[in-house]
Design a protein around this ligand. Structure first.
Ligand code: F6R
Length: 243
């Protein structure tokens, strides 16, 4: 794992944006895996800025998001589909047909998971997978205990994850109990992984990741140590508990 230490959230966002812009320019038909949540918001703002300055085009870019809540329609303001449109896609020249997120209201969720995997396989592999990390080490919505071999699947969300994400909802009761997520097997097949982490609330998780806790399904992000092309961009606050 390559560790890039940055000062704060803004520097993390700028570094990650520069990284993605460079890769988009280098690749013929870039396939990006994208994440939602608080961590990538600044990165998406930077990408929009760079697009407006003419420094990047998304015309040839295909995207696959990591996850989506079960039960939320794509027009629901709390859905990850809505988030992606608001925070990035509506502001850049991406072709909407090249945007992929799991459908959280699909009538047959198992079939939806299989079809999502097939869509990824059809374009080959994800070139760069962007990840955030949960306080419990989850990546995507792969909570502790998820088998490393699993592919896109339906998950029951941890209470801790629902509580952490309730800040976006009117109340904890409104936070869905299930989500569709790319599995760790799927994530690990990406050619390259860019993990961004910021803030003191992630300091324990970062210490577990970097201080070489053994690779274990109890701490999903630990699997990233087995991937040969991972860059972790992490700020000082998130590094504050690392040895
Ligand atoms: C989001 C995702 C999650 C988040 C993680 C961190 O698509 O897959 O794994 O990356 O929960 O969330 P934030 O960035 O809100 O702290």
């Amino acid at each position: 794992m390559k560790i890039v230490k940055v000062k704060d959230y803004d520097e993390m966002s700028r570094y990650a944006a520069d990284y993605l812009v460079k890769r988009i320019a280098e690749l013929d038909k870039p396939v990006l895996g994208l994440a939602t949540g608080s961590t990538p918001e600044g990165l998406y703002e930077e990408l929009i800025k760079k697009y407006k300055e003419g420094k990047v085009s998304f015309k040839n870019v295909t995207t696959f998001n990591l996850d989506e809540y079960v039960g939320l329609d794509k027009n629901d303001p709390n859905s990850y589909h809505f988030y992606m449109m608001e925070k990035l896609f509506n502001h850049v020249d991406i072709t909407k047909e090249n945007v992929n997120l799991p459908n959280g209201v699909a009538p047959d969720l198992q079939k939806e998971c299989q079809e999502y995997e097939q869509r990824i396989q059809k374009v080959g592999k994800i070139d760069v997978q962007l990840l955030g990390m949960g306080m419990n080490g989850h990546i995507g919505f792969n909570e502790p205990g998820t088998p490393f071999t699993q592919r896109t699947h339906v998950v029951e969300l941890d209470e801790s994850t629902r509580k952490a994400n309730s800040r976006f909802f009117a109340s904890l009761d409104d936070v869905p109990k299930q989500a569709i997520t790319m599995g760790i097997g799927t994530i690990m097949e990406s050619k390259e992984i860019l993990l961004i982490v910021s803030g003191e609330s992630k300091a324990d998780a970062v210490a577990r990741l970097l201080d070489k806790e053994e690779v274990s399904e109890d701490f999903p992000a630990s699997i990233l140590r087995n991937h040969d092309n991972v860059t972790v961009v992490v700020d000082e606050a998130a590094l504050s508990k690392t040895k």
